[in-house]
Design a protein around this ligand. Structure first.
Ligand code: SF4
Length: 695
């Protein structure tokens, strides 16, 4: 009889690109493998609930396709022909290529490129230490948060808001532009608790009838990129019906009378024409906000991924100020808690080595950059060497045809440090095997909550996998990059980062599992004023000086509306391109992560595009037909799914499937644009005009 496995329950934190950053309890079996993963019951935000894809994480961490050994390319680029190479030889080769590129073109020809495949502050951000010390090209991380964060900060002055746990004490929770049933389950935990315990209502605003919309008391279905119009109409109703909190407005906001005058013409009838949403629904939404002042606006990322995403986010955040909801527990607007942690990242990112003369390149524009478009390159220096960690741009970056062409360049040397042979790794010259989060030590902050959490190493990595930190330290030595951070272990870095930022020590964090960093009520609700010198929420932000990181202004900044509005800068449908396409996240994938696990693939079945049955009938497209979507950027072959939960003229393709799942290898980002969103950049993943026809 087999001896039963020794099971130990260990604490961890989810490292994935999801605002929930769930506190985890992991079954460690015989100290070598993992079993079930559960949400920590005693973490007040996670409250015992996590998503299914992380609950079955054993399937991913023990996947037979994990990369286990360093590889060097043998065949032509992208041929998938690799042969094993020893770690030392691989690192020697990468260093030699980087030094040769630097000697020929200068240090800015090397571009360290990374993102949120892990959100750990040690493993994700360490690449910036190498970048700063070596004066490699900078990385402006625009692809996910920029429009949404900028839009939120434009009003409040700071990226923080009421405690997310307060959702459970609201009378109305408005879940806007995010689908937590798919991507951050805990929002639903707290919102449904409010409904159960105090009769709260839930409103969801989105561009298709997704899982969250189905659970809402009122589903507000809008066309993509029209949220600003909806927000203006709600504010119109609040002023019209006497529910604007004039005392609050006078005390806490910058231009209440101008706003009132401005939204007088932004009626529900006006907004209905733009959003496609019936007047009665807009009125019903406004009535709920009017009757339930204790409204918590949980504003998501999705509606920021539009050319007018920044102004849409700002407009939505303004409603809470008009109603005066900020003043109440369970009221206000929340997007992300990034500003509450006050990290001093000098040790992890070598901020003491920053040279402001070094160019910064836009993550979202990797396609135009790699094909050498002068405006994207900023300086007349080509990118000829890439070091990539935690991201898969060949699948996830916009304007995919350019990305692919760029990666195929013979004069580009690419090193990819990855967990699986992704489509980006397939284009590499050297592929290095990477550890997963339970195989190394790291530190996490909640975006959608307020906890600092430790993710300790629980098991040994398989094969020859190494952590990001180990790879960076190994390269630093060979490249002559000197910084104390390269000499420290991950645990020493965590301890130092915590200490430098005023959060105590690693030992203290280990003892208490997490730190609740939630500011007090007055700070979180801005009762002593918003984070501007005059303390006033901005209805009229100066778009060029919103206090958020950016090396430059981007997009049509000069035409941004002065007050909340529908900004007509989106890729509106035309006779040649009569549909608007959104590429919302699929429930079982997280960007391109999890698109290698059998259960996720089986549940998602195949790439599909949802089309309203009446649109489909007009075009002779039957349910399940193969169709072609196209625009000026390219064409994608995909299967149609009839769905009456979208507005006429709107298509939704849930993503991100590997490009190889499509008939001719062209993934959905073939159709998305890499032009930057105003004012600080970003990618408009849900703002694409396309045509559709049967294949
Ligand atoms: S909901 Fe998000 S943070 Fe929580 S386990 Fe799933 S992916 Fe991780």
């Amino acid at each position: 009889m087999n001896k039963p496995l020794r099971t130990e329950i260990r604490a961890s934190a989810c490292p994935h690109d999801c605002p929930s950053t769930c506190a985890l309890e992991v079954e460690v079996l015989d100290g070598r493998s993992i079993g079930r993963v559960r949400g920590a019951e005693d973490n007040l935000y996670t409250a015992g609930v996590i998503c299914a894809k992380v609950a079955r994480y054993a399937e991913r961490i023990h996947h037979p396709d994990r990369l286990l050994h360093p590889l060097i390319r043998k065949g032509p680029k992208g041929s998938g022909q690799f042969t094993p190479i020893a770690w030392d030889d691989a690192l020697d080769l990468v260093a030699e290529k980087f030094l040769a590129a630097e000697a020929k073109h200068g240090s800015e020809t090397v571009w360290p490129y990374y993102y949120a495949g892990t959100m750990g502050l040690i493993m994700r951000d360490g690449i910036n230490r190498l970048r700063h010390v070596k004066k490699y090209s900078g990385f402006h991380s625009t692809i996910c948060v920029n429009p949404a964060w900028t839009g939120f900060i434009a009003g409040t002055g700071k990226l923080a808001g009421p405690d997310p746990r307060e959702m459970a004490r609201s009378d109305l929770v408005v879940i806007w532009g995010t689908n937590p049933v798919n991507t951050q389950v805990n929002v639903m935990t707290h919102a449904t608790r409010a409904r159960k315990e105090r009769g709260a209502k839930i409103v969801a605003v989105d561009i298709y009838q997704n899982g969250t919309m189905e659970q809402a008391d009122l589903a507000v279905l809008v066309r993509p990129g029209t949220d600003g119009a909806l927000a203006c109409a709600v504010m119109h109703c609040l002023f019209r019906d006497g529910f604007a909190d004039r005392e609050y407005l006078e005390k806490y906001t910058d231009a209440p009378r101008e706003l009132e005058e401005h939204v007088r013409s932004r009626s529900p009838e006006w907004a209905s024409k733009i959003t496609g949403c019936p007047v009665e629904t807009i009125e019903a939404f406004a009535k709920l906000v009017a009757e339930r002042k204790r409204t918590y606006f949980r504003l998501g990322y999705g509606f920021g991924r539009s050319r007018n995403g920044t102004t849409n986010m700002h407009a939505a955040s303004c409603i809470a100020a008009v109603r005066g909801s900020w003043a109440l527990e369970g009221g206000g607007a929340f997007h992300n808690n990034g500003a509450i942690y006050h990290w001093n990242k000098t040790i992890t990112e070598a901020l003491d080595a920053v040279d402001p003369s070094i160019r910064v390149l836009d993550q979202s524009r990797i396609g135009p950059i790699l094909v050498g478009e002068p405006d994207a390159l900023v300086k007349d220096i080509p990118v000829t060497a890439l070091l990539i960690q935690n991201t898969n741009p060949v699948s996830v970056a916009p304007e995919q045809e350019k990305v692919k062409r760029g990666f195929a360049r013979d004069d580009l040397f690419t090193c990819v440090h990855e967990q699986f042979m992704t489509e980006t790794a397939q284009m590499a010259d050297v592929v290095l095997p990477a550890s997963m989060f339970m195989e190394h030590d790291d530190l996490y902050q909640g975006g959608g909550h307020q906890y600092i959490q430790l993710g300790p190493k629980l098991i040994e990595p398989p094969g020859e996998c190494r952590s990001n930190h180990d790879v960076l330290a190994g390269l630093a030595k060979r490249l002559g990059a000197k910084h104390p951070g390269f000499e420290m272990t991950p645990r020493q870095l965590i301890d130092r980062l915590l200490g430098d930022s005023g959060w105590g020590t690693l030992a203290e964090l280990e003892a208490k599992k997490w730190i609740d960093a939630q500011p007090d009520f007055d700070t979180a609700h801005y009762t002593k004023g918003f984070a501007w010198p005059d303390g006033k929420f901005r209805f009229k932000p100066d778009w060029k000086t919103v206090p958020f990181r950016s090396p430059w202004l981007a997009g049509p900044v000069d035409t941004m509306p002065a007050l909340p509005d529908h900004w007509e800068v989106i890729e509106e449908a035309t006779p040649e391109h009569p549909f608007r396409l959104g590429t919302s996240p699929a429930r079982n994938f997280l960007n391109s992560t999890f698109n290698e696990t059998p259960t996720s693939l089986a549940r998602e079945q195949r790439p599909t595009v949802m089309i309203h049955p009446e649109d489909a009938a007009k075009l002779g497209i039957a349910d399940g037909d193969k169709v072609v979507l196209g625009n000026t950027r390219g064409e994608v072959r995909i299967h149609a799914k009839h769905f009456d939960g979208v507005r006429r003229g709107v298509l939704i393709a849930e993503s991100i499937w590997p490009n190889s799942a499509y008939e001719d290898g062209k993934g959905i980002n073939t159709l998305t644009g890499a032009d930057a969103i105003a004012p600080y950049g970003g990618a408009a993943f849900h703002d694409n005009r396309v045509w559709i026809r049967r294949d």
